[in-house]
Design a protein around this ligand. Structure first.
Ligand code: ZN
Length: 157
């Protein structure tokens, strides 16, 4: 894995039979993440989680884009839908030529074919989470997939 943040991740990961828990760090540390994308060079502020946490149905990244910065390319996807959840700051997305203002609380879904790029045109860091999963793959969800257990809730202390 080329992600430089993989170094020392062992102490941040805890696994059990049915879980993996990862301490990704405070939001203020998100700009420190970086990764190498073949052909595009080093991307700062992007941290993919699938390989670290072991997601099996999605790729999710946590992202920080500094003031004035923007993605230097457009991209599409082959089969995956993407969902962008903005949690801090302000910026803009451009999808198929349409401009969408985004800010804390904005949630944007983009179909695979959508030609997309985005930028931070504000004076504060733009923090967002990107989830990527196969379009039209969800069969049941929310409480429709959950099964409530009859086990009484207890905590050791
Ligand atoms: Zn993408």
């Amino acid at each position: 894995m080329s992600d430089s943040t993989m170094h020392g991740n062992k102490s941040k990961i805890r696994t059990g039979t049915n879980f993996t828990a990862y301490k990704s760090g405070a939001r203020s540390e998100w700009p420190d993440h970086s990764l190498e994308i073949p052909g595009l060079g080093e991307i700062h502020g992007k941290h993919f989680l699938k390989d670290i946490v072991g997601f099996t149905g999605s790729e999710i990244s946590i992202n920080s884009l500094p003031p004035g910065a923007g993605m230097p390319f457009y991209h599409q996807h082959q089969e995956n839908e993407e969902i962008y959840i903005f949690i801090q700051g302000r910026g803009q997305m451009q999808i198929d030529g349409e401009i969408i203002d985004v800010q804390e609380g904005s949630v944007v879904r983009i179909a695979p074919n959508g030609l997309r790029t985005w930028r931070n045109n504000s004076h504060e860091p733009l923090l967002y989470i990107v989830a990527q999963m196969r379009a039209n793959s969800l069969r049941q969800y929310g409480f429709g997939d959950g099964v409530v257990s009859e086990k009484k809730v207890t905590w050791p202390n």
